[in-house]
Ligand binder design. Structure first.
Ligand SMILES: C[S@@+](CC[C@H](N)C(=O)[O-])C[C@H]1O[C@@H](n2cnc3c(N)ncnc32)[C@H](O)[C@@H]1O
Length: 878
């Protein structure tokens, strides 16, 4: 279910909250104590820290093993074998006030869940009732105070657990306990085997608590609270000598990692979380200054977006629509994609965007070269190194030899001399197809027209210092390329074909080594270089499925490694008002000091299909089962396309009149202008709007003949053709009583591939989608051979526009390129309503209005109901 589901993220008990395979802190007293292996506290610390200061990975001996003195006298031995509270108990009134659930009427045990800021769940635990509370304890000669960090004995052969002691009490049966609030090592979090990305000394605080026998305390630890900082050197500089350090809070729902306040005090009180949101606010505002410095706003007050792997720009379009509707002036300033047609579509719809038609890896190298050029021409500060291109320009002080001298027209006595008139463009690549990539500039030549413009390597322009300088100065001013700090938000869906279920040669053992997954690494490197305030990465659900979710864990781990806050959720497009299911992963990243964006709850009631691994099942963005919020009914095909004019399979028009007005709320909304979609009434532009891209893939004559034979009824497909029989096991076979029918071309009416597709069990070949249905996922191809893509009542496949409607593209969004390329752009897209809802989440985070919940309810204006829009599209659009 997406609109709703049975159990709730964050409602499990302490133990069930841990993902499968995640470590479970001890609940019982250690079994048998082993013979002592005497050690002093100091020696132990040294051993733990090792020569390089990293904590030893070895398991510590169990508590009792350390009883007995390492050189102490007999009296001390006795002392070190102790496990007791120290000092007088806290006054009864105070204890009852702080931990009321420990002092219920005698004999009663209340079921309750640990703190996690979440509701109680079915797996709640029984609360141990207390006689009295203490603030100090002595275990094996080590004195512990409430609030201390400590090792807690784990199972045989396992590393000790790490906790903060948040409560110490004697139970009514006389047993002694402490309540532990757990720290996670990186490997015990969702990133698991990718923990090598994270410093060994870094631990993650959780809100998970549970009670343990006092004797499980093994060792006192010093865990430094440091502030999360994307500047790794600055972060390292503030880490004091310690056993571990901690800057991040780890919450299991949606694999959330949030910045932890540095100065938070421990108050074991059961009525309050140890981490108050005030603390977070304080810590945030401190580093806010940092991110304000970083984000140099341009004078239009724009918040800048870089769309990586942009395709035709659906994701950024949706994000900008949603953000603007929520009061944030988000603008796609840069976009990168290696598909030329997709770039052209994006440019057509977003003239304000610098669209770069190149590979992401070349773009990354270009950004680094651009930074060097900006240093070279004194536009930004260098980090103390010499000018990057000093040698090239034969300079050591930033001033070149007078290049113009050598540039004079009559520089040579014989032969033609070419003079660079202007530098026009820059790229990192191989535009001359020489087999080597490098930094190139496009130049126009004095006395020659645009047809003679050429790409030249930077070495070839060493005597054109001034021309280059003009280009870089101008480019820096107009921000043709972003520098670190220029980008507020990076979004993108790095293609990971190496994990796609369609790929039979997936490398399960090492998905990162598979070149087909390389773009995930490139995307993260772009983030690392530009250090945006926010990141939103989209991907297929295989990200958390393939190879036990390896790449999903990697993506989270990389963001954590860069000291970003992060969370991961899965959203079904249909739940945001589309007749298409389409489940995708969305990963947020936020710099320290920023609010971590939430996920927008569904607006429409859609049932979740497909398999998500148990560990990530609760990452589906959904309402609780039994919630009282009234969701909109799920959309059907009819809602989306019933207003579109009938056309034939050979209709090649790129634009045409609508012929009739919108019939449904959805149609009314999808026909709105860009301004209307951003909440600005735009009635003037309404009349005379044309319908674009309502053009189908032309069927070849054989397929057209086949399609004409498919009945116009619900559920119709190739199985309705003569000669096909369906067995009781729902597989097809030839009917021996019916002679095979042949087309005019001599080919069979029912092709063999239809009969054998999925071993004869599929009804998808040549299937019509009926008016009351939803489609599973719009894909990039339009051939009807193995997917349901036929119009319910016309003899053709869905047009580009019909697919675009199913993906939530506004009708004003025009696509370019050959027809197959347009289908690809639409099929590749992030469903616009999903991106739009996420744009709202982004705006809330930007405006610091996001709260501490994982999910939030979208404002009504996002529901796409007629009354919520002031759209003036008339019923008589013609
Ligand atoms: C899933 S699509 C992105 C769709 C886009 N986010 C949208 O919402 O419209 C992936 C895109 O990555 C592009 N692509 C693939 N490999 C690339 C690379 N190495 N560098 C840049 N773009 C690449 C493809 O051309 C394709 O348009």
């Amino acid at each position: 279910m997406s609109g709703k589901r049975k159990s709730r993220a964050g409602a499990a008990s302490a133990s069930s909250k841990r993902g499968k395979g995640e470590k479970e802190p001890p609940k019982e007293a250690p079994a048998e104590a082993e013979e002592p292996q005497p050690q002093q506290q100091q020696q132990l610390k040294e051993r733990l820290n090792g020569a390089d200061g990293a904590p030893a990975k070895k398991n510590l001996p169990p508590t009792r093993a350390r009883a007995g003195s390492g050189g102490g006298g007999g009296g001390k031995e006795e002392e070190e074998d102790e496990c007791r509270f120290v000092g007088a108990p806290l006054p009864d009134v105070e204890s009852r006030h702080k931990w009321p659930k420990r002092y219920l009427a005698s004999g009663k045990k209340k079921k309750v869940v640990n703190v996690n800021g979440n509701k109680e769940g079915d797996n709640s635990e029984e609360i141990i009732q207390a006689k009295c509370h203490y603030t100090k304890a002595n275990v094996d000669g080590v004195c512990y105070d409430i609030g201390d960090d400590a090792y807690v004995k784990a199972g045989e052969g396992e590393d000790n657990y790490i906790c903060k002691i948040v409560e110490m009490f004697e139970a009514i049966d006389g047993s002694l306990h402490f309540c532990a609030q757990w720290y996670y090592r990186a490997r015990d979090t969702v990133i698991k085997q990718l923990s090598y990305l994270i410093d060994d000394k870094r631990v993650f605080f959780s809100e998970i608590r549970d009670d343990n026998p006092l004797e499980c305390l093994v060792e006192k630890l010093s865990i430094a609270r440091v502030s999360l900082d994307v500047n790794l050197d600055a972060k390292r500089a503030v880490i004091p000598p310690c056993d571990y350090y901690c800057d991040t809070l780890y919450l299991l729902p949606y694999s959330t990692f949030k910045q932890l306040p540095t100065d938070h005090k421990v108050d074991g009180c059961e009525t309050s979380s140890t981490i108050s949101s005030d603390d977070v606010e304080m810590a945030s505002s401190a580093s806010e200054v940092n991110s304000k410095e970083i984000s140099k706003k341009n004078n239009k007050g724009e918040v800048t977006l870089l769309d990586m792997y942009s395709g035709c720009g659906a994701m950024s379009t949706g994000l900008c629509l949603g953000a603007n509707l929520s009061g944030l002036n988000l603008v796609t300033r840069w976009a990168v994609d290696m598909n030329e047609h997709a770039c052209n579509s994006l440019k057509l719809n977003h003239p304000e965007t610098e669209v770069r038609n190149e590979s992401a890896e070349d773009f990354l190298l270009l950004l680094k070269e651009w930074q060097k050029l900006c240093v070279q021409f004194n536009l930004i500060e260098s980090d103390g190194q010499q000018l990057p291109y000093a040698d090239l320009f034969n300079m050591d002080d930033g001033i070149s030899d007078e290049e113009e001298d050598s540039n004079d027209d009559d520089g040579g006595s014989d032969g033609e001399v070419f003079e660079v008139e202007k530098v026009l463009a820059i790229c990192y690549g191989d535009p001359k197809e020489k087999g080597d990539k490098a930094l190139y500039f496009k130049v126009s030549w004095k006395g020659y027209g645009p047809d003679e413009d050429t790409w030249e390597p930077i070495e070839g322009l060493s005597n054109c210092f001034e021309r280059l300088k003009e280009f870089v100065v101008e480019g820096h001013k107009s921000k043709i390329l972003p520098l670190p700090g220029d980008v507020d938000v990076i979004c993108g869906g790095p293609p990971c074909q190496g994990i796609s279920g369609f790929n039979r040669f997936r490398d399960k053992d090492n998905p990162l080594a598979d070149v087909k997954n390389k773009q995930l690494l490139v995307f993260m490197e772009v983030v690392e270089f530009l250090k945006p305030r926010f990141v939103l990465m989209e991907n297929v659900v295989d990200l958390v499925k393939f190879s036990n979710g390896f790449l999903g864990r990697y993506a989270l781990g990389r963001l954590l490694q860069m000291n970003y806050q992060t969370r991961l959720g899965m959203m079904a497009a249909g739940a945001y008002g589309l007749p298409q299911f389409r489940m995708r992963c969305f990963l947020w990243g936020a710099r320290p000091g920023e609010k971590l964006p939430q996920y927008p709850l569904p607006t429409h009631d859609v049932v979740v299909r497909g398999v998500i691994p148990i560990e990530f099942e609760m990452h589906t963005v959904a309402y609780d089962e039994g919630h009282s919020y009234e969701l909109q009914k799920k959309l059907l095909l009819e809602d989306a396309i019933s207003d579109l004019p009938p056309i034939g399979t050979y209709d090649g028009r790129d634009e045409m009149p609508y012929e009739k007005g919108p019939q449904t709320d959805f149609q009314h909304f999808i026909r709105s202008s860009e301004k209307e979609m951003m909440g600005i009434t735009d009635s003037l532009e309404d009349s005379g709007r044309l319908l674009f891209d309502h053009r189908p893939l032309e069927l070849n004559s054989d397929d057209y003949e086949r399609v004409c034979c498919i009945p116009k009824k619900k559920g119709a497909n190739f199985r309705d053709l003569p000669g096909v029989r369906v067995r009781p096991d729902n597989k097809v076979e030839w009917d021996p009583d019916v002679p095979r029918v042949y087309l005019d071309s001599g080919k069979p009416l029912v092709p063999d591939y239809a009969m054998t597709f999925v071993n004869g069990s599929s009804s998808k070949p040549f299937a019509r989608v009926w008016w009351d249905e939803t489609v599973p996922t719009v894909v990039t191809r339009a051939e009807p051979h193995n997917q349901a893509i036929l119009h319910p009542e016309q003899d053709r496949v869905f047009t580009v526009r019909e697919n675009a409607r199913l993906q939530g593209f506004p009708d004003y969004y025009k696509l370019t390129g050959p027809i197959k390329e347009r289908y690809i752009q639409v099929g590749n897209a992030v469903a616009v309503p999903v991106a739009r809802a996420l744009g709202c989440a982004l705006a809330l985070a930007f405006q610091k209005s996001a709260n501490e919940d994982f999910l939030f309810r979208l404002p009504d204006v996002f529901v796409n109901k007629l009354e919520q829009h002031s759209s003036a599209s008339s019923e008589n659009d013609a």
